[in-house]
Design a protein around this ligand. Sequence first.
Ligand SMILES: Nc1ncnc2c1ncn2[C@@H]1O[C@H](COP(=O)(O)OP(=O)(O)OP(=O)(O)O)[C@@H](O)[C@H]1O
Ligand SMILES: [Mg+2]
Length: 242
Amino acid sequence: MTEPDNVVQLQRVSKAYADGQIFYALNQIDVAVTRGERVAIMGPSGSGKSTMLNLICGLDVPTSGSVWVDGTELSQLSDDQRTRLRREKIGMIFQSFNLLPTLSALENVSLPLRLRDRSRREAEKRALELLERVGLHRQATHRPDEMSGGECQRVAIARALIFDPPLLLADEPTGNLDSASGKGILQLLDELHRELNSTILLVTHDEYTAATCERMLILRDGRVAEDRLRATGGNDPSPEDA
Ligand SMILES: Nc1ncnc2c1ncn2[C@@H]1O[C@H](COP(=O)(O)OP(=O)(O)OP(=O)(O)O)[C@@H](O)[C@H]1O
Ligand SMILES: [Mg+2]
């Protein structure tokens, strides 16, 4: 079982790959994340950070151990149920935005609702509210190639919020952005965390980004090398110093 307040819980989770010999991308990981927590996941390249996020969002399955998201153990779900959980309970933000290039900002954001058979009118109304929330009302009709990197990432964040998910997963969300746009994205995530009490797991290589989170989890060779709380605010991502 899992504690009711845990949005994410990994219990002795391993992910092994067999190429010649067995290699553990994750090795017996135990992690629990409570509602409203912000966790920076750090560690060297290849230490298992993306693997961990992929297991939490059900894009990948563990070799052993169990993964719980918002009270549900993922291995109990069918593929369809897992896809639905990912779409509706988890907002995902990637380094490379993953927007559909031929769709406008409004269409990209409203697409997940359209895929759930909501009317165009309802979906676009909600998408417009979210675009407004991330400061992109004016760009609603723009395609990704007509927006800056920072704007594309804002669209991706608006899309991630379309189902009011209890969990946001971000894999190097500022990795492809210049530092001013990156700070803007961190500030937006900070505001969303305050308004929505979102639980955020954020993979980053960068200390500045990690400092926006109260908790830091460092992976090394597929194991949790360090897991500690720290004070935030020392690195307020305010736009003035962007
Ligand atoms: N499909 C696969 N087959 C074999 N090995 C894999 C596979 N996917 C990932 N790995 C290995 O698992 C390890 C962890 O990969 P992962 O992508 O989680 O690292 P990461 O911490 O996110 O690194 P980075 O900071 O470079 O993004 C790496 O050594 C990688 O080569
Ligand atoms: Mg990675």
